[in-house]
Design a protein around this ligand. Sequence first.
Ligand code: SDX
Length: 430
Amino acid sequence: MKETKGAKITIGDNTFHLPILESTEGPNVIDIRKLYAETGHFTFDPGFTSTASCESSITFIDGIEGQLLYRGYSIEELANKSNFLEVSYLLLYGNLPNQEELDDFTGRITRHTMLHEQMTNFFRGFRRDAHPMAIICGVQGAMSSFYHDSVDISDSWQREVASVRMIAKLPTIVAWAYKYSQGQPFIYPQNSLDYSSNFLRMCFAVPAEEYEVNPILSEAMDRIFILHADHEQNASTSTVRLASSSGANPFACIAAGIACLWGPAHGGANEACLQMLRQIQTVDRIPEFIKRAKDNQDPFRLMGFGHRVYKNFDPRSSVMKESADEVLNLLGIENNPTLQVAKELERIALEDEYFIEKKLYPNVDFYSGIILDAMGFPTSMFTPIFALARTVGWISQWKEMISHPDNKIGRPRQLYLGSGYRPFKPLNQR
Ligand code: SDX
């Protein structure tokens, strides 16, 4: 990492020099690691709008250009030319695999897709109408109680085994959470199927009859996984990094990431977005909702719109929109009313001064729900599918952090506005 001449900060009569560290892509950073020791001041940045929490070589987003790179490869090319396990290898190990590497990785993932049979009891402890995110969060965390041979993060072999186990088992956990909510028996993984086909079969097959995976749907599923795989230091990835910084085991850290992703401002937006599109129902009601979204007094927001980083279009949304058109056409439901409302809502919003001025564009969650709905998933399954895909990103970021020589526990400070010392007052004097 190159250091340039640096920045100067003047506080009172004192001037301090802070080094500037150069990135290979995107903004450089002002290195403030010694700021408090030298100036007695903290920086203040709630929501981390101007803060780089770490150095990373995995994913890069250019929010102005609408660019998303996984290890330097564009999301558009990966979504159209690669597949999820190949992209997972790329995120985990830094380069696209050759045939031998891909076969070995695919084989390792395939042979770890089953859960310990006793874990089925965890599902049965939940109410049938439990939100699947509650179930996958619980079952994921419980994995650390079954796989003791891969919780020691100081052992690179155990880190590798834990990584493969989670990438392999999340589809089974997510599919079984769905089956449990439907009152249907669990369908076990089939090693003869590819990753996405295996997931769809575990979700939609029943023991009573043969189930053929529709290749249109497995291809769409695989593309959705690729689009959601990683995204720099988003809220859930930062949660995984912070949890991991204490040395917690990887299964618990990924469970923390799942919990954070659940929120409607983050991964929960895809579920909230489809509910919003259904609430709008018809194109003629769109202006009423646009008006509400623009009213600062109204907490309503256009779900699936806006992004902390993308201030132009979200490239994932563009790919997802093409995929929605293609899948619904191939399924013969191109006149899906929800898709029509979504397209008209996007058109109107992108011409509206408010959205233009605030640089609000559809994000990854705007169209994903329409495809998942067309595939037969209930809205409650949208965020679990996001979590399934993002697991490889969380793990890639976790591995990068754990193996960094300067890895230390994350411990932010604060701007304290509370009371200074005051002596305790006995009850009869209050
Ligand atoms: C994901 O970080 C990531 O990379 C996340 C993600 C990933 O892959 O990990 O990309 C996945 O989480 C995508 C985002 C999904 N969330 C939603 O679609 C929920 C709706 N969007 C908003 O809640 C919001 O846009 C956020 C949370 C996504 C971004 O919030 P910011 O960057 O903190 O922006 P903000 O909330 O401060 O908004 C800036 C302004 C505000 O107006 P003012 O206070 O300046 O007057 O824009 C307005 C907001 O009121 N605004 C919206 C809006 N989003 C922002 N107004 C109406 N509708 C919206 N959707």
